[in-house]
Design a protein around this ligand. Structure first.
Ligand code: ADP
Ligand code: ADP
Ligand code: ZN
Length: 238
């Protein structure tokens, strides 16, 4: 099973991917997270993309697709080792037609396909409010909000104790640019997946827990066998 979470910046993809992945035995493939890790580790890739990233521009497709292919190989290896991996949960990828086509091809080479695309709907004014208050854990990437979802202790990650900070690209200018790119290049992809009957829409303007339940229900509707793919360690049996 391979699921794409689709929605504009601030719609809650990262937040929901972190909750749904473990529940359905899906491995999160979050390209933004992978790029942040590369920048923090100052790898060759990280140094190459830092300026693009900070401005809110897309990283070139070849670099992005290469990174996703590596991640798919890793998922295949874990699956072969019987580690209860049921597939990929894409968050922030694909973001344009080129990437969508490359993903289809990469999955086809593995005799797989996209199972469902979940569109998360949130009004624009709410997106802006969410992005202005977004904070993330420097160490594990957990997502918080100063008002809507604060960590228990100020500035400290609930999950790992890491430092909770504002992202370098969550400036007003970079956010505006990222939303523009989303509506111009990424949203049109929904038609590409709708043609194949893969899209399920979910109201994302509700409490985090309610949105999680709606997404799990939407995926399960699209994939009647979704429950069978739940890993034995996922803790959500029966
Ligand atoms: P947001 O959803 O708030 O834009 P992400 O963490 O998804 O945040 O992405 C942060 C940045 O990482 C993007 O602005 C872009 O520079 C880069 N990035 C992430 N995913 C992709 C992608 N699929 N293609 C190109 N660049 C990407
Ligand atoms: P995306 O990955 O789509 O850009 P995030 O998961 O980073 O979105 O969420 C953006 C911000 O909104 C974060 O600060 C997060 O804590 C907050 N948020 C996410 N989902 C909700 C929700 N259902 N209600 C209120 N705030 C939310
Ligand atoms: Zn953390």
């Amino acid at each position: 099973m391979n699921v794409i979470l689709m929605g504009p910046q601030g719609s809650g993809k990262g937040t929901q991917a972190g909750r749904i992945g473990p529940r359905l035995g899906l491995t999160q493939v979050a390209t933004g997270e992978l790029f942040r890790a590369a920048i923090a580790a100052r790898t060759g890739l990280g140094r190459r993309i830092k300026d693009l990233y900070d401005r809110g521009d897309l990283v070139p497709d070849d670099l992005t697709i290469g990174l996703v292919e590596e991640k798919l190989d890793e998922i295949d290896r874990e699956r072969d080792l019987g580690e209860g991996v049921g597939g990929a949960l894409f968050d922030g990828f694909p973001r344009n037609r080129e990437q969508a086509k490359a993903l289809d091809a990469a999955l086809a080479r593995r005799e797989q396909a996209i199972t469902a695309v979940v569109r998360i709907d949130v009004p624009l004014a709410m997106l802006v409010a969410r992005l202005a208050g977004r904070r993330v854990c420097k160490r594990c990437g957990a997502v918080y909000h100063v008002e809507f979802n604060p960590p228990r202790a100020d500035g400290v990650c609930d999950r790992c104790g890491g430092e909770v900070v504002q992202r370098e690209d969550d400036t007003a200018e970079a956010v505006t640019k990222r939303l523009e790119i989303y509506f111009k290049q990424t949203e049109p992809l929904l038609a590409y997946y709708e043609e194949r009957g893969l899209v399920a829409a979910v109201d994302g303007d509700r409490p985090i827990e309610a949105v999680t339940e709606a997404i799990v229900a939407a995926i399960t509707r699209h994939v009647p066998s979704a429950n069978a793919a739940v890993s034995p360690t996922a803790g959500e049996q029966g």
